[in-house]
Design a binder for this molecule. Structure first.
Ligand SMILES: *Cc1c(COP(=O)(O)O)cnc(C)c1O
Length: 232
């Protein structure tokens, strides 16, 4: 992994990219949050983010976050951005403040029930396979309303938005289409349920500009901050 000095430089560069992308589409850059993705790195990656002043990190595995979180400041928030197996729902609720990867009705119900048992309240995003990519997790676009409906019935969950990961292979155009689909899906859900879903978690190191143009409020950035990852 990079040194802290290099991380600072990288972080400033990513923040400059965010500001530039916002200025091109007339958005206020304070409406886009940078979520550093610390997966596969040691806890130092999370400590770097904290030292820089960021207060949340993204991880894609429950076990990894479980190992790192005790070593980090208690007010650093941990957000799950990777697929959650239902048998890890309880651990996920215990270790993560936010779960961005809620992708099935069964998982919504299970998280809602266990969160109530644990007496915790959690913010969630519904992950939508907005790029119709068979290789990606996320519920089908057509199933998003059903997931939101079930989520709204869970008192211990607060659905605050949608998340998507675009197809890996098809480049920026496919990513752009995926992001626009996610935004349209969000707008339709807001209409249908008469609720606010303010958060759109979309955009990574390679495509954060197009994500911001499409309305992203949270870009999840790993390699541009920490360097390339070894095998996961
Ligand atoms: C790894 C990961 C990222 C970060 O990807 P980079 O290309 O390294 O910025 C973002 N979102 C999810 C869901 C990831 O798994």
């Amino acid at each position: 992994m990079v040194t802290y000095a290099q991380f600072r430089v990288n972080c400033e560069a990513v923040l400059a990219r965010i500001r530039h992308a916002c200025s091109l589409c007339g958005r206020d850059s304070s409406t886009v949050r940078l979520l550093p993705v610390t997966k596969t790195h040691s806890v130092d990656a999370a400590l770097y983010a904290y030292e820089f002043g960021l207060r949340a990190v993204g991880e894609n595995r429950v076990q990894e976050a479980l190992a790192k979180r005790p070593l980090a400041p208690p007010d650093l928030r941990w957000e799950l951005i990777g697929h959650l197996q239902s048998n890890k729902a309880k651990q996920a609720l215990q270790i993560f403040d936010v779960i961005q990867s809620v992708d099935s009705i069964d998982l919504v119900k299970r998280l809602g029930r266990i969160a109530q048992e644990l007496n915790v309240q959690r913010d969630i995003y519904i992950q939508v396979n907005a790029g119709n990519d068979p290789a990606k997790f996320g519920c089908d676009l057509s199933l998003a309303p059903a997931l939101v409906e079930v989520a709204l019935a869970q008192p211990a969950l607060r659905v605050i938005g949608l998340m998507a990961v675009p197809p890996l292979v098809d480049g920026l155009h496919a990513a752009e289409r995926t992001f626009q689909e996610l935004r349209l899906c969000r707008d339709a859900l807001e209409d249908q349920f008469q609720i606010k879903l303010p958060e759109l978690s979309m955009g990574m190191s390679g495509d954060l500009e197009v994500a911001i143009a499409a309305g992203s409020t949270c870009v999840r950035v790993g390699s541009s901050l920490y360097g390339t990852r070894s095998a996961q």
